[in-house]
Design a protein around this ligand. Sequence first.
Ligand SMILES: [Zn+2]
Length: 146
Amino acid sequence: MVNRIPVVNWFKDDPQDPRLIGKQCKNCGTYYFPAVKFCRNPKCMSDELVDVELSNKGKLWSHSTNFYQPPEPFVAEPFLDSEGNFKGYTVCIVTLEKEQMSIAGQLASGYTHEQIKTGMDMELVIEPLWTDEEGEHTEWKWKPVL
Ligand SMILES: [Zn+2]
């Protein structure tokens, strides 16, 4: 069994029910991701926030594909083609079904920007960002519902 190491502790790495873990204000109901220590609503400012599992489905609001290679410490290896050329990566912004908040994340592996279209259904997946001797370093990504 490969060791899975989340790069941040903001999500639940459960293949059956992957979730981002945010906060919700107990006073006004506002959702936050990533977590905050007090409510940013100027009419509220409560510090009573509780952990919430956010929707793992939503609609693609926007997306952008980058063909330049970011500098170190960015790990380029998953983004190289068989000849070692940088093949780019796509970032998706998805509006969560219930909370109606927009969350950025990479497009899931195995999909290309040609397959996605704004307004389409997307679902959360937890995937390795890179693998080394420690195991798979995981992060959330967005997978199109095709
Ligand atoms: Zn509040």
